[in-house]
Ligand binder design. Structure first.
Ligand SMILES: [Zn+2]
Length: 256
């Protein structure tokens, strides 16, 4: 049996399958992997955009928004790729417990996975949040304000500092999402990594939590990861190509 078929078997047999996605899963949707060589952090200093800097001065906030504005059109126009739709099919087949994602691009939701099944560990680009009163604004609304010349948008309600609802360097991880991701990882039967290099913590600890609690671990990524040794199966390849093949096999097996 080849690897694709073995993974399909694991999905069919597992009661709870958790899919964990990272930047590699969205590169095929045209979203740049910020951390890859030649990526944005080779051109910008990530330290300039840390949470601490953002809170500390109006000048830093202006820089942050300028940077954020330059990324927005690519994010806003991005469409789900075949890898996303393959995961949506797993959901439709009743074979998906949840998606835990390091991505902020909203593409799992856009591809039809219900909101409540997507756990976003690094926040979302869909909203801007007031750090003072917690009011949420649609990103497009704030983007229009920036386009109209506003440099550092402030909350209409309380005049507080606003920030995209993504997790910046140095910003605490969202508590509720992190706890939920840990819980789902600990209780699943199969943990499938799709397009993550598993180097960013605490997100990267999820597959290990799954493995330590008895789950099977599958890793699909273009390059080797530090957790490959713990995996039952490793495939080096594009998730947009591998996942649809796996899901085809799952469908065939469910029909048989
Ligand atoms: Zn406010």
């Amino acid at each position: 049996m080849n690897k694709i078929e073995t993974i399909a078997d694991m999905i069919v047999q597992s009661k709870q399958t958790v899919v964990f996605t990272g930047a590699g899963h969205s590169t095929e949707s045209g979203i740049p992997d910020l951390r890859s060589p030649g990526g944005i952090w080779d051109r910008f200093d990530p330290d300039e955009f840390s949470y601490q800097k953002f809170l500390s001065s109006e000048e830093s906030r202006e820089k942050y928004w300028e940077f954020s504005k330059s990324l927005w059109p690519a994010l806003d126009g991005a469409k789900p790729n075949p890898g996303h739709y393959a995961i949506t099919e797993l959901h439709q087949l009743g074979k998906l417990d949840c998606v835990i994602t390091q991505n902020i691009d909203d593409l799992h939701q856009k591809s039809g996975v219900p909101e409540e099944k997507v756990i976003e560990l690094h926040g979302t680009t869909k909203w801007v949040i007031c750090l003072e009163c917690g009011r949420r604004y649609p990103r497009e609304e704030i983007y229009s304000r920036l386009q109209a010349g506003e440099k550092v948008p402030r909350c209409d309600t309380c005049h507080g500092i606003m920030k995209p609802a993504t997790i910046a360097f140095g910003q605490p991880m969202p508590e509720k999402e992190t706890r939920e991701a840990q819980r789902r990882s600990a209780t699943c039967g199969l943990f499938l990594v799709a397009g993550s290099s598993l180097v960013v913590y605490p997100a990267a600890q999820m597959p290990l939590i799954a493995k330590h609690n008895g789950a099977k671990l599958v890793i699909i990524n273009l390059t080797p990861t530090p957790h490959d040794a713990y995996a039952d199966i490793v495939i080096q390849g594009k998730t947009g190509e591998m996942l649809p093949q796996i899901v085809e096999q799952v469908k065939a097996k469910l029909k048989a």
